[in-house]
Design a protein around this ligand. Structure first.
Ligand SMILES: Nc1nc2c(ncn2[C@@H]2O[C@H](COP(=O)(O)OP(=O)(O)O)[C@@H](O)[C@H]2O)c(=O)[nH]1
Ligand SMILES: [Mg+2]
Length: 198
């Protein structure tokens, strides 16, 4: 496997835009529903299962978490959306933080939008996707937990993306990943590397 993303460390949890680390560098953001596998994917990319806290209970990360890789760039773990607290006070905190984050962020190079490969995207995914399109940042889709798919579920991925989000697999970059599949993680890493170099 490539030698990219060797040294990674947690820098800080950011609860408001003014707290973004002052040592600014290029950023790759990971966003998607709670429990979709954002923190796990970050851990796979840097090959350290203990870097970002993962949980089988949804809704744990409320804020942005910054991870510095090789002193070169940040991987940013975004709080998940799409649980009942969404309509309440917590959703307001989420929305303000995320909207602020996306507002004129010249360091943001790529948004990795995660979707659970086992399910049809939800209304919350749709809402977030529309928001993402409106921002004009570069993004890719990452279908997670592909190790849990059988052949017929695999065959349905493109259809689900088209049906719920109106995404054509030929027009948007879609990665199929699972946490322990070195090949899929490597190809995502290579892509991120080309974005950072670009
Ligand atoms: N089988 C499998 N489980 C995964 C994968 N990615 C994440 N998970 C599990 O999904 C749960 C939620 O993952 P987490 O990274 O905490 O999700 P987050 O809320 O989006 O950060 C955890 O129990 C992970 O072990 C994957 O590729 N395959
Ligand atoms: Mg998480």
């Amino acid at each position: 496997m490539e030698n990219y993303f060797k040294k990674a460390s947690f820098i800080k949890t950011v609860v408001a835009k003014k707290e973004i680390p002052s040592d600014r560098k290029k950023e790759i953001l990971f966003v998607g529903k709670s429990n979709v596998g954002k923190s796990t994917l970050i851990n796979s990319l840097v090959n350290n299962k203990r870097l970002a806290k993962t949980s089988s209970h949804p809704g744990h990360t409320k804020y942005l978490n910054y991870y510095l890789v090789e002193d070169r760039f940040y991987l940013v773990d975004c709080p998940g959306y799409g649980f009942s607290e969404r309509r309440g006070k917590d959703y307001k905190i989420y929305a303000d933080l995320v909207e602020d984050y996306f507002d004129n962020n010249e360091y943001l190079q790529l948004v990795v939008f995660l979707l659970d490969s086992r399910h049809l995207p939800t209304d919350d995914d749709y809402d977030f996707y529309q928001f993402l399109l409106s921002t004009n940042y570069s993004f890719i889709i990452c279908m997670t937990k592909c190790d849990k798919l059988n052949m017929s579920m695999k065959a349905k991925i493109s259809k689900n993306l088209k049906e719920k989000l109106d995404i054509n697999k030929d027009e948007v970059k879609v990665f199929l990943t699972s946490k322990d599949d070195i090949r899929s993680i490597s190809s995502l890493k290579n892509y991120i590397e080309t974005v950072l170099e670009g």
